[in-house]
Ligand binder design. Structure first.
Ligand code: HAM
Length: 427
């Protein structure tokens, strides 16, 4: 039997995982600066949470969820996204009651969607997302968008395009909804069965249909921007003013509807243009969800957030030939020669590591020459050599592998010596 990795998933091997760690660290640092705090929720939730939260007319709920029954007969689902879980936790832990509002949270973790795998579309992927709940100040919309843009910018990505739209408040959406029904109803039989179902339940979804995207009624469909009431219009204007004042370029696209049901007012996506990126050009998506907390059983609370996948980000970095400053060199390679030195080595190495020095050694019984080769391959800055004579004298030989210089150092001063040298070299 040959075991294979499941379709749409990937192993992240050591050479790649360093990049992942770098990017994750960047997300943690950025969130600290923006004062968002990390939340970790379970990988699975009650199925009903997503059906309600994400919306049962969405592709995610209709065809992409990994749903299973546990041994107690409960229907559970691997989370397809992070917003519903975060809101569930916010309500369950009564975060609406804490003094510091809005509650600003972020998460990094795997999400699961049963999609047709292709480049940039995985069945398991990692999202970095933020959610700010409790404020309906348009400045927080601009903050959330600014955070996402900063994240990409600080990693060096170019060619980003921020697309924004307003889906309006309840009243505006209802008026738009009725206009959409009037528009599509007479010819709905020309559309796919999904769209036919969406007509009454959620006609906005029709605009997002991939099957019927070329139908002539799509382009002439009523634009949400013509149905925004005064409040929604002013809100949208304010968000745009803040973005402009922050120096963030954007484009308004009234056809941007997003693939999840909970949005109102601000919706946005960050796209990337440029060759070599294939069909998937959306790096990040988000928006405002003022009804979601209530939908999930909490008090009426506004919220806004975004999520982006690290897989797509890494693809974009690769396309633009951006190499991350990750380095894999070790500080020292410990070479013990002879039986007694080999017996003494583990304790000495253990001490060096306790002082924060990155040390490796030979565990394959290699000859001296091969050990030096290994030290070179690992990019070691120093070789620490302990032979029978050195052990007798209570010293080691330390060879600077860059300059070739060699020095005797007393055994109990090795860590001190290396740390000082590393400091002098500015590392
Ligand atoms: P979403 O648009 O479904 O929104 O996903 C956000 C991002 O996750 C996408 O832009 C993309 O980068 C990534 N993504 C989605 N599906 C896949 C996949 N199959 N493979 C790789 N990457 C993928 C949400 O999930 C919302 N929860 C965002 C949000 C947070 N809205 C408000 N708060």
């Amino acid at each position: 039997m040959n075991y294979r990795i499941p379709r749409g998933t990937q192993d992240i091997l050591p050479a790649e995982s360093q990049k992942w760690q770098y990017i994750e660290q960047k997300a943690h640092d950025l969130c600290r600066r923006y004062h968002y705090k990390e939340i970790r929720t379970p990988m699975f939730e009650q199925t009903e949470l997503f059906a309600r939260g994400v919306g049962d007319t969405t592709d995610i709920v209709q065809k992409e969820m990994y749903t299973f029954e546990d041994r107690g007969g409960r229907s559970l689902t691997l989370r397809p996204e992070g917003t519903a879980s975060t809101v569930r936790s916010y309500v369950e832990n009564k975060m609406h009651g804490i003094a510091d509002q809005p509650v600003k949270l972020y998460y990094i973790g795997p999400m699961f969607r049963y999609e047709r795998p292709q480049s940039g579309r995985m069945r398991q992927f990692v999202q970095f997302g933020v959610e700010a709940m409790g404020s309906d100040d348009p400045a927080i919309d601009a903050e959330v968008i600014g955070l996402a843009m900063d994240f990409y910018r600080e990693l060096g990505l170019k060619g980003l395009k921020l697309i924004i739209n307003s889906l309006g408040d309840k009243e505006s959406r209802n008026n738009h909804r009725n206009a959409l029904i009037d528009h599509f109803k007479p010819r709905i039989s020309e559309f796919c069965s999904d769209c036919q179902q969406r007509l009454e339940k959620n006609p906005l979804r029709i605009l997002d249909c991939k099957t019927d995207s070329d139908h002539e009624l799509m382009e002439s469909a009523p634009s949400i921007l013509d149905y925004l009431n005064e409040e929604s219009t002013n809100y949208f204007k304010k968000v745009q003013q803040f973005l402009t004042s922050m120096g963030i370029d954007y484009e308004v696209d009234p056809t941007l509807v997003r693939g999840l049901d909970y949005y109102n007012n601000t919706a946005f996506e960050i796209m990337i243009d440029g060759e070599g990126f294939g069909a998937i050009t959306t790096l990040c998506g988000g928006g405002r969800y003022n009804g979601l907390v209530e939908e999930i059983g909490g008090p009426t609370t506004p919220g806004i957030g975004f999520a982006l996948s690290l897989e797509r980000l890494l693809m974009a970095l690769e396309t633009q030939n951006i190499s991350l400053p990750v380095q894999d060199r070790i500080d020292a390679y410990f070479i013990a020669l002879g039986e007694e030195p080999k017996n003494a080595a583990p304790a000495l190495i253990h001490k060096l590591r306790a002082k924060g020095i990155v040390v490796d050694a030979d565990y394959m019984n290699k000859k001296m020459k091969a050990q030096f080769k290994a030290a070179d391959r690992l990019g070691a800055k120093y070789a620490i050599i302990l032979g029978e004579d050195e052990l007798q004298e209570n010293i080691v030989l330390i060879k600077d592998l860059e300059s070739g210089e060699q020095q005797k150092v007393e055994l109990d001063k090795v860590s001190q010596w290396i740390l000082l040298q590393l400091e002098v070299k500015g590392e």
